[in-house]
Each structure stands twice: as structure tokens, then as C-alpha cells.
Design a protein around this ligand. Sequence first.
Ligand code: NAD
Length: 478
Amino acid sequence: IPVEEFDLVIFGGTGDLARRKILPGLFRRYRSGQMPEGARIIGAARSDMSADEYRQMIAEAVAEFGGEESADKDGLDGFLRNLDYVPIDAKGTGGWDALAAKVRQDVVQAFYFSVAPSLFGDLAERLHTNRIANSESRIVVEKPFGRDLESARALNGTLAEHFDESQIYRIDHYLGKETVQNLMAVRFGNVLFEPLWNNHYLDHIQITVAETVGVGGRGAYYDKSGAMRDMVQNHLMQLLCLIAMEPPSKFGADAVRDEKLKVIRALEPVDSHHIVRGQYDESSDGPSYREDVENPRSFTESFIAMRCHISNWRWAGVPFYLRTGKRMKGRSSEIAVVFKDLGHSIFEGDEARHRNILAIRLQPNEGMDLQVTIKEPGPGGMRLVDVPLDMTFADALGDHEIEEADAYERLIMDVIRGNQTLFMRGDEVEAAWQWTDPLIAGWEARNDVPKHYEAGSAGPEDAMMLMHRDGRRWREIK
Ligand code: NAD
């Protein structure tokens, strides 16, 4: 179903994110028929180039990052016809008249701020002084949204001077992932899980986001940030919120975000014994973290594991273990909801610990499986075995075509539709920093030195101990 006609201005339209994710994503939406005739995408960036040169740049970007579909030359030509470009100076006056002349006032307007956050204020202000934005326009802002509570408040304040909260779309692309949305469908669309979703039946929850890549070319940025700011404060917290929140009264933007906010506010401070930070070592595949960031004295973490508690009625006593890191064993992200052991087994001689686990895989192979215990087939008596009840979409939906869409493209379409459900609200971001700040301040004050870990491993030994001490184990990173 096509969305309404729109003008989408991408500030930073020549940047890495725009070329790698935003424009290839929009191309796929175009091909699937979701972009209406007359929808327009206007790149706006510092480089002085013509619209034709910009189309050429985007054609190359789509060819490189657009996947198989970029082979459709006719489709690509059609898409490029919707593209325009304006050289613009976010901090000056250059280009703003030209942009004002191009952006229509009678269609949905969206402005994607794919630039450094230090330019957000300049852009927001100029969109108004040049009478380009109106009270219905939407702005999309990228992470990082601040580096602590103070800077996040300042950013929110700057945006609020020119735009109402209902116009601001703070992107966390994790919320655009199919499985993440499916998490809400599973929880609130089935009678099966929600009655068990509490401290009576759940032992603990694990959230793992493991990457095999190192910091790559982002070393300078990453070293000032670290895994806590780069991953936990936003992506992992969002996942935790969706797992832990109370059922909203309806699937609406504020109803969902109100419930997420309550979870963040109920997070207890984390004791330093329950936080493990790490840095990857040099390996045959690449340099160490410190070499990657060119800072031999860096204390920034490329890995973090922690045990958190949500202090409310539902979750009292149920730990949430979070871990994320770079240069790990596999590129795998999953949420595992681990149920409690049976109180009593009727099967004599079966000493094994059988547990139901609902594992929600964000990548690879987006899907979920439920570990159930069954009888091991054969004449060997009542021996039990744990098997996965696979719920990958591909299997479950059979021949139906599953529409492949990247998180970014889904979220951009939500912006055009005016649906903020999957975007972070300002108070949510601030609450997340409010919880994160003291933890960071704590290890900075202690001059905590990150533990070493072998590249291609599951993180430092201490992270294993974090679980072992509680009589639990991390799930294997595949
Ligand atoms: P980039 O450095 O590749 O591109 C920056 C863009 O901003 C360019 O198009 C440049 O022309 C434009 N620009 C810079 N100064 C300008 C000015 N004064 N006036 C007008 N335009 C100006 O950056 P990027 O990697 O594309 O990242 C953009 C934003 O997205 C950043 O906030 C970044 O943190 C965020 N982000 C990026 C990624 C990623 O994968 N690249 C992922 C998540 C978030």
C-alpha cells in the first residue's frame, strides 16, 4: 500500500549512512510500490554538486549496498527520477532559498537529520527561519542522542524550541527489526506466554548483541563512547523495555512509550560487581582494540556484560543479563527468556535440568524458537531430550512471500505515515541516560581497567563468572 505523497529531505544526503542505508532502503520501498508517484527525495549536504551528479552517486550507492534488487535498471532509473539535490550550509545561509523553493507545503514533509548532532540545532532553526518546515513537518534524528543526561537534555531542548514532540522521530533502528516488533506480537497476541511472563515462571532473561567486526574506521568516535553508550543505553535498553513492559492498553505511540518509560525508571542502579567491561586483544585477524582506536592508554570498553534488575512487582528477583561486544565469536543477537525449572520431576533417573527457553533471534535468521522437553524417540525408556520448536517466519509462513525490508526502510515509512510507536520519546532517552550516567561515572571514578578478551571469543572470562556465580550460563554465541 503506497504511503501518502511526500517530500523527504535528507540532510547529510551524501554521507555514509545515507548512501549505505537510507537511500538503498528507499529504493527497495520504491520497487515494492510503497512510494507514491510524486514522492520526492531531496539530498541536502555540504558538497557542491548538481542533481545529476547526486543521482549518479546514489546509483552507485544502490548498486553497492542495495542487494539483489539493484540489478533492476528500469526500477533504478524510475527511482532516481524522484531524487533531487541542494548544496546546503547548515551553519550559514547558502542553499536555504533553493531548498525552500523545492519543498512543497501541501504534502507530507519529513526532514532526516543524517548529520552530526552538533548541527541539529542549526538545521531546526533554519528550517523555521526560512519558512520551510510547518507545524505538521516531521524531523528524524539519528543516534547518538547525547552522550549523557545533560547533553541529551540540551539536544531535546534545542529541538523543542522549533518542533513539538509529536513531530520528532528519534531513530533506534533496532526497533525497526521484524523480530523486535514480533516480540510484541508474541507477548500480547497470544494467550500462551503472557500469563507466564513474570517472576513466578521466569528464571532470568539474557540479551546478547554480539558483533564479529571491530571498531573499524569509527575508532576515534568509538573510543569516546564505548559499548555502554554505543549499544546498551539505546539498543539493549530498548529490547529490555519491550521484554519487560506491562501490556499497553493499545498499540499506540504514547501507550507503548509510557510503558517503556516505566521500565527504565524502575531499573535499579547496577553494582560494580555486576558489570564486566572488556577490550579485545590482537589476533591473527586484526589488531587489538587499543591499536584500532590508536590510543594505547584507552580504558574504553569494546565489550560489556551486566546484570540488571527491574524493581517492580512483575520482575522482582528476575535478573536481566545483558552483553554486547565487538570482535566476538559470532554475529548474533538474541533475547532468551529462560523459564524456571520444574519443581518436581516424575521421570525417575532423569537427572538433567530441563528448561523451557524462548529464544528470539534478531540476527542471523530472524525468528524464534521455543525449547521444549520431549521424550527421546526409541525404545530406551522415558528418556527426555530438549528440542527447539522452531518458529522461523520462513518455516511458519510456508510459501507466502515474506517481504524483506531493512529496519531503516520500515522506520522511514512509519515517519511518512506519522506513526511514532517505534521511535524513542525524549523522556525515554533522558531516563535511559539517567540510569546509565552513574554507572559510567562509577567506573571512571574507580579507574576501572577493561579486561582483555580474545578476539573471536565470547568475551572476557569474568563475563562467564558473572553468570556462573549465580548458577547460570550464557547461551552459546553461534
Ligand atoms: P558522514 O560524515 O559520512 O556524513 C556527514 C554528512 O553531513 C555529509 O553528507 C556532509 O556533507 C554533511 N554535512 C557535514 N557538515 C555539514 C554542514 N555544515 N552543512 C551541511 N551538511 C553538512 O556521517 P554519517 O556516517 O553518514 O552519519 C550521519 C549521522 O548519522 C551522524 O549523526 C551519525 O552519528 C549517525 N549515524 C551513522 C551511522 C552510520 O552507520 N554511518 C549509524 C548510526 C548513526
